[in-house]
Design a protein around this ligand. Structure first.
Ligand code: SF4
Length: 355
């Protein structure tokens, strides 16, 4: 069930019907202001709505002041173990903080953080993690790991409510895709607060993207989840942002830039389609509208398979066809297909039309 409540992280609404927000996490040492800001600008350029920075030391809190001031997108400070750092991060201007109430030092310390958040009107992401569940849930974790996660999250929510605080979102992280799906489904039925989705330690670009697409995609298709982060083992945080966008675009939850459709090829293929697809994808990066462009290996099923594409090409051995909305526009030599396709796209825009 979609969350009923809405919070705001800086100027980004989360939950309550707002578009699913894309976030990522910087992989630089936060105290290195220049490198951290450079990475934040890259992820913002790639489409991140929010970015989280690890704040494990006082030096990072100091850096946070400049980072918050100069960042083009809201900053979430990520704190573990040390509640004074959470308080200092709020005072340094963080737009949101992320804490795990299970490792921040007990309910009294959480209460101190919440009191500071209230004073500064800063929301909190409260996260529970399958790797650090409270001791009293350990037995349950063995018999029913999904219920253990959900119960830990609900206990955290109840603590927030006892503290008379409702400006928070909740995350439950697990390395297991089925447990992530089951626990978020169950939690979404029990609480009205926004949910942050992610598969923790998902893996490399290939496996991590797939696990995230399956886990997060399943939940998002059900209308569950208000903000997402794809965790990938790569230094380039912008890759996480691109994957998140592809998932949201595939589900038609948000639009951003062109959508490329390409057939898988088969024995009918008679030209170097790999290079053509790569070149079309590269050139499409310069376009901002959500045009659909298809690249198909042959005319047998090609045009019919991509009838809804705004533009497309079907290749063949010597000459291919350029088409638009399922209608052929012109036949051109195969080595000129890409150039001619983009001439048609540019001509369309020059005529003042929009998709
Ligand atoms: Fe095969 Fe042609 Fe279909 Fe591509 S469009 S998969 S080449 S039949």
């Amino acid at each position: 069930m979609a969350s009923q409540r809405q919070i705001r992280v800086g100027d980004v609404p989360i939950g309550g019907g707002a578009p699913v927000a894309v976030q990522t996490m910087t992989k630089t040492e936060t105290a290195n202001v220049a490198e951290t800001l450079a990475q934040i600008r890259r992820v913002a350029e790639a489409g991140a709505d929010l970015v989280r920075c690890a704040v494990p030391r006082d030096d990072d809190v100091q850096a946070l002041k400049t980072i918050v001031r100069e960042s083009p997108i809201p900053i979430i400070a990520d704190i573990h173990f040390n509640h004074t750092l959470a308080i200092k991060a709020i005072e340094a201007g963080a737009h949101c903080i992320r804490i795990n109430p299970g490792n921040i030092g007990g309910p009294e310390k959480v209460a101190e953080v919440v009191a500071t958040a209230k004073r500064h009107d800063v929301p909190i992401r409260v996260g529970v993690n399958s790797g650090s569940l409270p001791k009293h849930l350990r037995d349950l974790e063995y018999s029913d790991p999904v219920e253990a996660l959900v119960r830990a999250a609900v206990e955290t929510v109840e603590l927030m409510e006892r503290l008379d605080f409702d400006q928070f979102k909740v995350s439950m992280k697990s390395t297991s895709v089925p447990n992530t799906i089951a626990s978020n489904r169950r939690l979404s039925e029990r609480i009205p607060y926004p949910l942050h989705l992610g598969i923790t330690e998902a893996g490399t670009k290939y496996t991590g993207s797939l696990k995230s697409a399956v886990g997060l995609g399943t939940l998002l298709a059900d209308g569950i989840g208000d903000t997402v982060r794809i965790s990938l083992s790569t230094f380039h945080a912008e890759e996480e942002v691109k994957v998140a966008w592809e998932i949201l675009k595939a589900l038609k939850l948000r639009e951003k830039g062109p959508v490329l459709i390409a057939c898988p090829t088969c024995g009918r293929l008679q030209f170097d389609m790999d290079s053509v697809v790569a070149e079309v994808e590269r050139r499409l990066e310069a376009y901002e509208d959500p045009i659909e462009v298809s690249v198909l290996g042959c005319a047998v099923n090609g045009i019919g398979e991509a009838r809804h594409a705004d533009f497309g090409i079907t290749g063949a051995k010597d000459a291919g066809m350029i088409f638009s909305k399922g209608e052929p526009l012109k036949k051109v030599p195969t080595d000129q297909l890409v150039d001619e396709l983009f001439k048609e796209i540019d001509r369309y825009y020059a005529s003042g039309k929009t998709v």
